[in-house]
Design a protein around this ligand. Structure first.
Ligand SMILES: *Cc1c(COP(=O)(O)O)cnc(C)c1O
Length: 405
């Protein structure tokens, strides 16, 4: 384990009670400060003895490998998506497909570190609120670790595949009357009373695992830093994790510039994008977030202020896309590249398309779109937006007629 401290992101106080999720002094957000002195003597290829994946980057992780709870997360492909790029007017486009993680989203990267840390602390019960993917991931890692798991889901609005996973892995699945923000408030109350160890992304250890997506992208591009990285923003921890990873690579001298971090929100759920448009460092919560991209249907993003910091300090950008733009980008990815992502993930591609159309991103930029989750998580949305199967009689002529249309 690399030496580290948990500190308050707001007031800088060091926090020694590792069961709390906010600063006991000022109520601020927590973060992990890694001690990277030893890594400064290493070079990226020194890590290549370990297969690509979260644990290759153990020297950047605040958990001892001895407590590792892993289902071989990370190591996802970085596709060169030329056909997609040509269709949206940015030919040097790459897609990092996080849907190929063990439970089908990038949340596994955070959970392997979060649950390993919970094991280190001796936690017996873990829990989280979730729009779906966090619960699927936590349920799987809790099962692997032999821990009890409670997940708090907003009633009604969870994609079918995600709900199926949480149930399947044996979590106690609790349906909360309200939206994600209400479910999180209840989970946090349980954690404050020490009834469970909370593994939402307000937990400072989870984003540490999520840093690995950036480390992998750099490895896959041989440390030739892309101009821009685009990702969907919901509760806003992932863009913060990517930023933190960039800063750490800079600190150890493995990169000398950072990509413009660009966050995309759904138009009906866009507190961070609105704050960016107003050049504010804080955001106003959205009371009734609505979007087909349920994974980013979050009105009061816990890490919203951190996301804004990540965007401003990399010269990045933040904007919104409509549900129609999301579905259109989702289909384009499928039809040009054979990649099936869930709606929230398609927001990154929809965002790039909009940035190019509006002249905010240059057509010659090298851009990585992070596609956060697998399309099979949410088959209903796919089926609702595709033409239905074509009924044919049992005859060659009829089939030929259909195929020639
Ligand atoms: C969680 C999630 C997001 C949003 O990530 P944040 O860290 O909450 O901003 C986006 N897409 C998918 C598929 C997710 O599961």
């Amino acid at each position: 384990m690399a030496a580290h401290k948990v500190i308050c992101w707001d007031c800088g106080a060091e926090v020694n009670d590792l069961f709390v999720n906010t600063c006991p002094k000022c109520g601020g957000l927590l973060t992990v400060k890694m001690d990277l002195e030893k890594v400064k003597e290493m070079k990226p290829t020194d890590l290549h003895k370990t297969p690509i994946g979260v644990w290759r980057y153990a020297p950047f992780m605040p958990v001892d490998v001895e407590h590792k709870v892993s289902i071989q997360e990370g190591g996802t492909p970085l596709y060169t998506t030329t056909a997609l790029g040509e269709a949206i007017g940015c030919k040097n486009t790459f897609v990092k497909f996080e849907g190929l993680n063990p439970t089908g989203s990038f949340k596994d990267r955070g959970m392997t570190i979060g649950v390993s840390h919970a094991k280190e602390l001796g936690a017996k019960v873990v829990g989280c609120a979730s729009t779906g993917n966090t619960s699927a991931a936590l349920a799987a890692y809790a099962a692997k670790a032999g821990m009890k798991c409670a997940v708090f889901l907003p009633s009604g609005k969870v994609a079918m595949g995600k709900l199926a996973q949480a149930l399947f892995f044996g979590a106690k699945v609790l349906s909360v009357d309200g939206n994600f923000d209400d479910a999180l408030a209840l989970a946090r109350k349980m954690a404050d009373e020490r009834k469970l160890y909370l593994l939402n992304s307000i937990n400072p250890y989870r984003p540490e695992g999520q840093k690995s997506v950036l480390f992998e992208i750099m490895d896959q591009l041989s440390y030739d830093v892309p101009d821009r990285i685009i990702l969907p923003v919901g509760n806003a921890a992932n863009i913060w994790a990517v930023y933190k990873a960039c800063m750490e690579l800079k600190e150890v001298g493995w990169i000398d510039k950072v990509p413009m971090l660009t966050g995309i929100q759904a138009a009906g759920s866009a507190p961070v994008a609105r704050a960016f448009a107003a050049k504010n460092e804080n955001f106003e919560p959205e009371l009734n977030p609505e979007t087909v991209a349920t994974a980013i249907r979050i009105g009061n993003p816990v890490s919203g202020r951190k996301a804004l910091k990540a965007i401003y300090s990399t010269g990045g950008y933040c904007t919104t896309v409509t549900d129609e733009e999301i579905i259109s980008a989702q289909q384009l990815l499928g039809r040009k590249e054979g990649v099936c992502v869930e709606p929230a993930s398609a927001a990154s591609v929809a965002g790039l398309r909009k940035l190019i159309a509006e002249g905010i991103a240059d057509k010659d930029e090298r851009v990585v779109c992070i596609c956060t989750g697998n399309g099979l998580k949410d088959p209903d949305t796919i089926i609702n937006n595709c033409a239905p199967p074509i009924k044919v009689g049992n005859s060659v002529e009829e089939v030929e007629k259909v195929l020639s249309q």
